[in-house]
Design a protein around this ligand. Structure first.
Ligand code: AMP
Length: 542
């Protein structure tokens, strides 16, 4: 017997309709590329996203055609999020930090028809447009009078001229909820990037899940600052969840330095912020000397890379801000786990709670996960046994766009490429990317653990632990360190700092001080590049 409830497709257009109808006066604040602060509302975003829809229709763009963006977090990008997907076209957010050749490759692979870009990326667009073979319309996200002439980019229009005069009335089309809505390519550290193609259904389900109390706990009382970029995994789905609950959004634009982010948090009454550890490090570094405090910020979700314990402590103890450690990936839309305590943990001493907070967290309803060994056998959930992390769920990739790379699944499970433990309470902890695992004397050493200890040292700004070939032990860890400005610490001091904090055999064999550690397009350390840079390095003990 079938249930007797109404059948309604889960469509992204319903999010913006809802936000307009029930939270139309809630502000959307953006720091623009020009540097000024722009204010609109969910109502304003809804109107202009319908104008975008008309502009796309007028071009004769087909259902499912791709509209690309090279843009910071801001109101125009948000309008495109709804205007493009709402009409059944696919929003392809391109990461502007990629190498220009990769941008060309991705735009051609996606067969993008339109490219909307922030003026900061004009030089990039000038560099690549002649090689992007499918693009037929370029839209600069600026006012009509800001549009530069003689760019050499054919048919370039300003966004404001593009949508001006279009009706603000539009009836969003109804279609199957499994229709593609947006496209994001993985950073592709090995081989070509691969496209994760999200659907309306996966996006709405993810938006519901992301807003849950044990996930990001987003509500109509929040003012949210997504520092995580809208050009990578849809800013962790925050634009959709915020529309779903009617939260205020505060967009930082291109200004991600500590001072700008701090000012925005204070001036706009931000209660919740989301970002990767490197961005928060800049914020904390800005706040420390002047003993600045937050007056409204309550919690921050940190993910994308392991959050160092020192950062969780700083936020909690010095600033009274709760830290939610999160794990996810492009192929997961992106959220997989989030770390919040259970009721039974609340009475534990702070140090015991901290051990839990450091983990990447518990599965969100919708995501199932397991760890397996090399033979594919499931490992116990005791917080010690580790294995390859596999996941499945309605917002996990089934295959990549255009079947790139073949069938990625292992009997229905998606192999994340991460190595993890899961404890008896279901808390997952990443120990490494599988290709970064250090094998020493038959045992594994977690590079994340070694890095976390180094960055807890007051003189260390950044640390990367890599394995170096060793004649006896197979591999030994070394830690590559960037010191804080004007700080000093010696190799011996740092190695001493490890004593008592980890097993003796896990202490790195050496410390290599460098000016900078290479960072990839999504803000993660590029260990492949670091290994290349240290190709001639010889271990002192070898
Ligand atoms: P991306 O698809 O670019 O978002 O990268 C996803 C990868 O980032 C994951 O597979 C992890 O290796 C890493 N990652 C994301 N969040 C965390 C976290 N909280 N701790 C450690 N690694 C993380």
């Amino acid at each position: 017997m079938l249930g007797l409830m109404q059948q309604q497709n889960l469509l992204i257009s319903s999010l913006i309709d809802f936000a307009e109808k029930h939270h139309g006066d809630v502000e959307i604040v953006s720091r623009r590329v020009e540097g000024d602060i722009h204010r609109t509302t969910w109502g304003g975003i809804a109107q202009r996203s319908r104008q975008v829809a008309h502009a796309l229709d007028q071009m004769g763009l087909g259902f499912g055609d791709r509209v690309a963006t090279l843009a910071w977090n801001g109101y125009r990008h948000l309008e495109l999020y709804f205007g493009v997907s709402g009409t059944g076209r696919v929003l392809h957010t391109i990461n502007p930090r990629l190498h220009p050749d990769q941008v060309v490759w991705i735009a051609n692979h996606a067969e993008d028809q339109v490219l909307c870009f922030d003026m900061s990326f004009l030089p990039l667009v000038k560099q690549v447009h002649s090689r992007c073979t499918t693009l037929r319309q370029y839209v600069a996200l600026c006012d009509a009078d800001q549009l530069p002439t003689d760019t050499g980019i054919p048919g370039l229009v300003s966004y404001e001229a593009w949508i001006q005069g279009q009706s603000t009335q539009y009836t969003w089309p109804e279609f199957d909820e499994n229709t593609a809505s947006s496209l994001c390519y993985t950073s592709g550290t090995t081989g070509n990037p691969k496209g994760a193609l999200y659907s309306h259904r996966s996006t709405i389900l993810h938006a519901y899940a992301a807003a849950l109390p044990d996930v990001m706990c987003i509500s109509a009382r929040d003012a949210i600052l997504p520092v995580v970029p809208m050009f990578h995994v849809n800013a962790w789905g925050i634009p959709y969840s915020a529309a779903m609950v009617g939260a205020k959004l505060v967009f930082p634009g291109a200004a991600l330095d500590g001072k700008s982010v701090y000012e925005l948090i204070e001036n706009e009454g931000v209660t919740f912020a989301a970002g990767v550890p490197t961005v928060w490090q800049m914020l904390l570094t800005h706040m420390k000397p002047g003993n600045l405090k937050f007056s409204t910020l309550q919690r921050t979700v940190i993910g994308g890379s392991a959050c160092p314990p020192a950062m969780i402590t700083a936020f909690r103890e010095e600033y009274n801000v709760d830290v939610l450690h999160a794990w996810g990936m492009t192929e997961l839309s992106p959220l997989g786990t989030l770390c919040t305590l259970k009721n039974k943990h609340l009475k534990l001493p702070e140090a015991e709670q901290m051990k839990i907070r450091l983990k990447q967290g518990r599965a969100i309803f919708g995501i199932d996960m397991k760890i397996v060994n090399d033979e594919g056998q499931e490992q116990v959930h005791d917080g010690k046994a580790y294995g390859d992390l596999l996941v499945k769920g309605p917002w996990v990739v089934r295959e990549y766009f255009k079947q790139e790379g073949g069938d990625p699944l292992q009997q229905g499970w998606f192999p994340t490429g991460d190595v993890a433990t899961i404890d008896a309470d279901g808390y997952m902890q990443i120990t490494d990317r599988s290709k970064d695992v250090i094998k020493s004397g038959g045992e594994w050493i977690s590079s994340i653990d070694i890095e976390n200890i180094a960055v807890a040292h007051p003189s260390v700004a950044m640390a990367a632990c890599i394995g170096i070939k060793h004649p006896k032990w197979d591999e030994r860890p070394i830690v590559v360190v960037v010191k804080k400005p004007e700080a000093s610490v010696s190799r011996e001091e740092l190695l001493k700092f490890y004593e008592g904090k980890t097993a003796k055999w896990q202490i790195p064999d050496d410390v290599v001080f460098v000016e900078a550690i290479p960072i990839g397009a999504t803000g993660k350390m590029l260990k492949t590049k670091l290994r290349e840079q240290l190709a001639d390095y010889v271990l002192p003990s070898a």
